[in-house]
Design a protein around this ligand. Structure first.
Ligand code: 3PG
Length: 387
């Protein structure tokens, strides 16, 4: 059984700083192994761009996977080479192996269909059946996500099924008021999702680095804060669209303006309309935290993606914490879109069970909410095997 998982976890050297995605992958692997399957797990780590690079080795992940499973995990030091063949040949019923980083092989991400298909064939040859469970990567048209399920009888894994069920609940008739909180550094990463959300939500709250392009589009100066000048036109379009549709677009009313981008930078809360020219906004301010909490208090459905500030610096983590706490306090169906916001929840020591769902997919959940067809889900749609 070949299981495509998303084990793309943050590493500091060889130390895994957030093992959320490994933990989320455990139930499917355990279920299959427990039922006697020989399980070969494949996954990517980072973006090594088709070349083996020890910095992106999955070896530390294999170790953690074994700890969490409470079973040994045979680690293959290549993807489809001798080591992978040997690992496969050595597996007994109910045992688990992990292949080295899929992205060490140029065929995995190739835009050339033939090159991808060739690699997919070698990967598929390792197994009889395929389980797609790497939700965080289903938006990638990669060999292990898109091509292998065409070559093997396949099924969606439990994680993918659970994630899709949650996203369906957000897109098909969500309980209202439906509020979405978006943050993160770049508005350019969120253009598609904002355009689509404006047709679905009642309230859209914008924080994080991307908020400054909104403030500038409204005519305010943002000092040295993050600004994407080339996206001002798109953002002005969103402001008009929100007004025309009656969507409440909520922007920061104050920010923490810092002297520089540093954990110990001197800073103060200033009105969002009066950011000094030599300061940069690194978090939403206290009045905005209250405003956002008030806008979330009576919502029945909330989706949150992207930190409100530079949460990695304690002094600028308060906005992100406030939004997370507002979700925890709420009775709504609350969903945290993966990536940085999920990492922030864990880093800030907040209870994961305080949310209805924490997605393992950052880009994947955003592209789903954007209304796109996701290659890895499309490939699994004709489930051929009972999961
Ligand atoms: C993610 O981290 O969102 C997924 O693992 C996909 O990784 P990628 O953006 O490098 O394709």
């Amino acid at each position: 059984m070949l299981v495509r998982a998303d084990l793309n976890v943050p590493l500091d050297g060889e130390t895994i700083t957030d093992d959320g995605r490994i933990r989320a992958s455990i139930p499917t692997i355990r279920n299959l192994a427990g039922r006697g399957a020989m399980v070969i797990v494949c996954a990517h780590l980072g973006r090594p761009k088709g070349t083996p690079n020890p910095k992106y080795s999955l070896a530390p992940v294999a170790k953690r996977l074994a700890e969490l499973l409470g079973e040994p995990v045979e680690f293959a030091s290549d993807v489809v080479g001798e080591s992978a063949q040997a690992a496969m040949a050595g597996l007994r019923d109910g045992q688990v192996a992990l292949l080295e980083n899929l992205r060490f092989e140029p065929g995995e991400e190739s835009k050339d269909d033939a090159e991808r298909a060739l690699f997919a064939g070698r990967l598929a040859a390792l197994a009889d059946l395929y389980v797609g469970d790497g939700f965080g990567a289903v938006h990638r048209k990669h060999a292990s996500v898109y091509d292998v399920p065409r070559l093997l009888p396949h099924a969606a894994g439990g994680l993918v099924l659970a994630e899709v069920e949650v996203l369906k609940r957000l897109t098909e008739d969500p309980a209202r008021p439906y509020a979405v909180v978006l943050g993160g550094a770049k508005v350019s990463d969120k253009l598609g999702v904002i355009a689509n959300l404006l047709t679905k939500v009642d309230r859209l709250l914008i924080g994080g680095g991307m908020a400054y392009t909104f403030l500038k589009a409204q005519g305010y100066e943002v000092g040295k804060s993050l600004l994407q000048e080339d996206k001002l036109g798109d953002v002005r379009g969103f402001l008009d669209e929100a007004a025309a549709r009656g969507v409440e677009l909520v922007l920061p009313v104050d920010v923490l303006a810092a002297e520089g981008f540093a954990a110990d930078a001197a800073h103060e809360a200033v009105d969002a309309t009066a950011i000094p020219a030599d300061r940069e906004g690194l978090d939403i301010g206290p009045r905005t935290r209250e405003l956002f909490a008030a806008k979330l208090a009576d919502a029945k459905t909330v989706f949150w993606n992207g930190p409100m500030g530079v949460f990695e610096f304690d002094a600028f983590s308060g906005g992100t914490r406030a939004v997370a706490e507002a979700l925890i306090a709420s009775d709504a169906f609350t969903v945290v879109g993966g990536g940085d916001s999920a990492a922030a929840v864990r880093r800030l020591g907040l209870p994961e069970d305080g949310f209805s769902h924490i997605s393992t997919g950052g880009g994947a959940s955003l592209e789903y909410l954007e209304g796109k067809t996701l290659p890895g889900l499309a490939a699994l749609e004709d489930d051929q095997v009972e999961s």
